[in-house]
Design a protein around this ligand. Structure first.
Ligand code: NAD
Ligand code: TDX
Length: 434
């Protein structure tokens, strides 16, 4: 119950006058709510009449989040609608058509590669949105990634998503959490899985609990790797209904976190969405990842390294296109839904390696073959039709070679950004025979 906190809802009896499937009443304090199915099948609850509203405001329900105004409006509508049977549904539709307009978002992992690009995207395109970045600044997080953004708009909180007491302080007042923070590198997860379970599984659970407590909209960033891999000649691609079959400790931890989000939606009615994206490239990516590793090795005069046979296929997307897709899903996506994000960028590792070498003026065969990754996924491929048809999203960076050329230029121009991490990263790879 939104008023007394007890789990004591029952459908009001017909004789109560609230003869409508949308109304529920708490058996303990008689608080009445309207339960409306949102577009994604999620039930939202709103107080329905003036006494309920007054009670809700008194007990602090309305102050718990900045969604107050949004919630009061449908509440009043619902009050009027009580006299017009069946209008609850119409109200629900009105609410979802308005779209979700967050004013204050919490971005976890906003000092990492994709998170920082998302923060930059929102700061540039939505200057009215305040962004709190929560980042532990692990080896993969760098506060320089969000340098230069207005301090009045973007604030950094250094901390761990597993720290429940910290979340208690920073989640209230946020309209939405966009959850990027993760241990993200497959090779590291094979070497030491433990931090992956802690951050990706436990950390996601802590955030979900905070979002539930303060009724905050949640968007979970996930990966196509949860679906396992496809054969090189398989005509199929991953869709939202492909069964989960993760291969590495990393992808298993991401799969677990996705399932937690679904459980929180179904059990607690959390307003959450999930996106599973393909391989990102672009500025600010850590030098441990495939494309930056090869670019920076060539810049240092070292030979780039290709795992196994080099036939493995990845489906590349520019990180800015990932950002625009996440924004669309956050603001217009259907609650409870999963959206796959991809830009039809399938390419074998060896083809990408040769393209990098050519664009950097080297012979296309001047790389070394190294030990393959254990359990190496063969191919990822995303079918993003749901996102494109439902939300009208499409990628802007459709020329992979041009995007790669710009990324190479970024690493050439920003040597001071990546150089401090390069030696330690290569030492780790050397120890693993890669
Ligand atoms: P990244 O490793 O570059 O950044 C991760 C960020 O999370 C870092 O800033 C790090 O400091 C922070 N972090 C880690 N543990 C934390 C903790 N316990 N508390 C707070 N902050 C913590 O990762 P990325 O490549 O930017 O990936 C971001 C998200 O996108 C991840 O969830 C990843 O699974 C997902 N994803 C990545 C790709 C890709 O190609 N890189 C593709 C699809 C999905
Ligand atoms: O030196 C290398 N040589 C090489 O051949 C490295 C670092 C990688 N590879 C291969 C392994 C993969 O087939 O290149 C491909 C890409 O490797 P990564 O950059 O490590 O990415 P991947 O394992 O595909 O996972 C990435 O995409 C999905 C991200 O790191 C994940 O966070 C995301 O979920």
């Amino acid at each position: 119950c939104d008023q007394c906190g007890e789990c004591l809802y029952q459908k009001p009896p017909k004789e109560s006058g609230y003869d409508c499937q949308w109304f529920y009443k708490c058996m303990r304090c008689a608080f009445l709510t309207i339960r409306m199915v949102d577009r994604g099948g999620l039930y939202r609850r709103y107080p329905t009449d003036l006494p309920c509203l007054v009670a809700a405001i008194r007990c602090g329900w309305a102050n718990r989040s900045r969604r107050y105004a949004i919630q009061v409006f449908p509440s009043l509508c619902a009050f009027v609608c009580i006299r017009n049977v069946g209008i609850g549904k119409a109200v629900a539709e009105t609410v979802s058509e308005q779209g979700f307009k967050p004013k204050h978002i919490l971005v976890t992992g906003g000092c990492g590669f994709i998170g920082a690009n998302f923060v930059r995207y929102v700061a540039r395109n939505h200057p009215d949105v305040h962004i709190t970045v929560l980042d532990k600044l692990t080896y993969a997080g760098n506060p320089a990634n969000i340098d230069g953004l207005p301090r009045s708009q973007v604030e950094l909180v250094i901390g761990d998503i597993c720290d429940a007491s910290l979340l208690e302080r920073i989640v209230p007042g946020c309209d939405a959490i966009v959850h990027f923070a993760a241990e993200s590198h497959n090779d590291n997860s094979i070497f030491d899985p433990e931090p992956f379970i802690r951050t990706n599984v436990e950390g996601t659970m802590r955030l979900l609990e905070a979002a539930r407590k303060y009724d905050v909209r949640f968007h979970h960033i996930s990966t196509d790797e949860v679906y396992g891999d496809l054969a090189l000649d398989d005509p199929c691609k991953f869709t939202e209904s492909t069964p989960y079959k993760p291969s590495s400790p990393y992808s298993a931890s991401k799969a677990a976190s996705d399932q937690l989000v679904r459980a929180w939606v179904r059990t607690y009615g959390l307003r959450a969405t999930i996106s599973n994206c393909s391989n990102n490239y672009g500025p600010y990516q850590h030098v441990e990842k495939f494309i930056p590793r090869q670019i920076t090795s060539i810049m240092e005069g070292a030979r780039p390294k290709l795992y196994g046979t080099g036939e493995n296929v990845r489906d590349w997307i520019h990180t800015e296109d990932h950002s625009s897709a996440v924004w669309e899903i956050l603001t217009r996506g259907r609650i409870g839904e999963t959206y796959l994000i991809g830009a039809d960028g399938e390419m074998s590792n060896i083809a990408v390696m040769r393209m990098i070498l050519r664009l950097m003026g080297c012979a296309e065969d001047s790389f070394d073959w190294v030990r393959d990754r254990p359990g190496h996924d063969r191919r990822y491929a995303i079918d993003s039709s749901k996102l494109r048809t439902e939300l009208g999203w499409k990628p802007v960076h459709t020329d992979f070679e041009a995007g790669l050329q710009a990324t190479i230029a970024w690493y050439i121009d920003n040597r001071a950004w990546w150089e401090p991490a390069k030696a330690a990263t290569e030492a780790r790879y050397r120890a693993q025979g890669q």
